[in-house]
Design a protein around this ligand. Structure first.
Ligand SMILES: [Zn+2]
Ligand SMILES: [Zn+2]
Length: 374
């Protein structure tokens, strides 16, 4: 979509399910090779704190390090081979100003996991959130507040699968957008969605349809009961059925200017049924279904919904004009020449070149292969 890597340096996780974190690998690994030669800041829930005694296997499960800090530490190490290999290119700007916690309304220091310098593009800085907090009026739900840009982001608990899921509300210039992440309908949502301009909330199709679509089975088939019950369990513990979505929206006062139903297989044969369920409870108000590449422009006077058209063969976007900045030498470097002043990238510092095809010998006109090449 032409969004430069430098514009994706703050990421807010609602929860740590794999389908909600998987794009991080690309954003993290390739940012520093593009124009994000500055740290990646990640917000997300802290440890669930759960323990469970399993009476069948007579073992206690947890408490695990299942929060954002542990996620970031392990994620950083998982990508060690990648980050070292790319560190023959510059990965940091020499004029980068490290933000102070108070710049973003935070109190704890902004410290990278691992040993990355706090100005480096491969540094990951986790900002763990207490998923229990919901004090809209007390202000203890603020996880980002930038006085320069006027953006405030709040978080509040969601009910999804396992403790430690949250939703967000973004406020800017007198407007606000709520993003549910995955959740069952809940009262915190009613509180925080009140007065929001746009509410982006998850929705799921009926459990029977979900089971049919996912398993290929139909009522009466072998295994149908299991497939249906599994879909029902997932729905009832973690998600918002169509009718419940409509009811929830009907309970938000004042009403959002736009309701967005998301996390949904918006197909020709699912939308109509979902819309009917929503309208049974929320007969008025604008509803839309999120689709890939959807763009919503929000202003005080209108909300514009569009769908981006992109190339399947797109390159990275060009570096935005005026944003070229001086860089530090890369981690893997060599002197440019014998004067030993300028440091330049050393792209072969991490390679065994023993089996490289050598240049043609000018005397023989042949290539002298090294039979003992690695
Ligand atoms: Zn989830
Ligand atoms: Zn999900």
């Amino acid at each position: 979509m032409g969004i430069p890597m430098s514009k994706m340096n703050k990421i807010f996780f609602t929860h740590l399910h794999g389908d909600h974190t998987s794009d991080l690998t690309h954003i993290y690994c390739f940012g520093p090779a593009e124009d994000r030669k500055s740290p990646l800041y990640l917000w997300g829930p802290k440890n669930s704190g759960l323990t469970w005694w399993d009476p069948l296997h007579l073992v206690s499960r947890g408490p695990y390090q299942d929060g954002l800090n542990a996620f970031c530490q392990n994620f950083r190490e998982m990508n060690r081979w990648h980050t070292e290999s790319f560190s023959f290119l510059p990965t940091s700007y020499s004029n980068y100003t490290i933000p102070k916690p108070e710049d973003w309304g935070l109190t704890k220091p902004l410290t990278p996991v691992g040993d990355d310098p706090p100005y480096d593009g491969f540094a990951i800085i986790p900002i763990e959130l207490d998923w229990k907090l919901y004090g809209k009026d007390k202000g203890d739900d603020i996880c980002y507040q930038n006085a320069t840009t006027g953006v405030t982001i709040r978080h509040f608990p969601a009910i999804h699968c396992r403790m430690g899921s949250i939703s967000y509300r973004l406020e800017y210039n007198g407007m606000s957008v709520v993003f549910s992440g995955d959740t069952k309908p809940n009262t915190h949502m009613l509180n925080h969605a009140s007065g929001a301009d746009v509410v982006i909330h998850e929705i799921v199709m009926p459990a029977a349809v979900w089971a049919e679509k996912n398993s290929g089975l139909h009522p009466g088939d072998d295994g149908w009961e299991n497939a249906y019950n599994a879909a029902l369990d997932v729905q009832n513990s973690s998600h918002t059925p169509q009718g419940a979505y409509g009811f929830l929206m009907s309970q938000i006062t004042p009403k959002p200017r736009l309701m967005v139903a998301t996390h949904f297989q918006a197909e020709d044969d699912t939308i109509q049924s979902a819309l009917k369920s929503i309208r049974n409870h929320s007969p008025v108000g604008e509803v839309t279904f999120a689709a890939d590449l959807m763009v919503i422009n929000l202003s005080k006077t209108r909300i514009l919904q569009r769908r981006a058209v992109v190339s399947n063969y797109a390159f990275y976007p060009p570096t935005p004009p005026g944003s070229l900045q001086p860089v530090n030498p890369p981690l893997y470097w060599k002197f440019k020449d014998s004067s030993q002043t300028a440091k330049i990238p050393d792209p072969i510092a991490q390679l065994d070149m023993g089996s490289d095809i050598p240049p043609i010998d000018p005397d023989t006109g042949k290539v002298n292969y090294n039979p003992n090449g690695y």
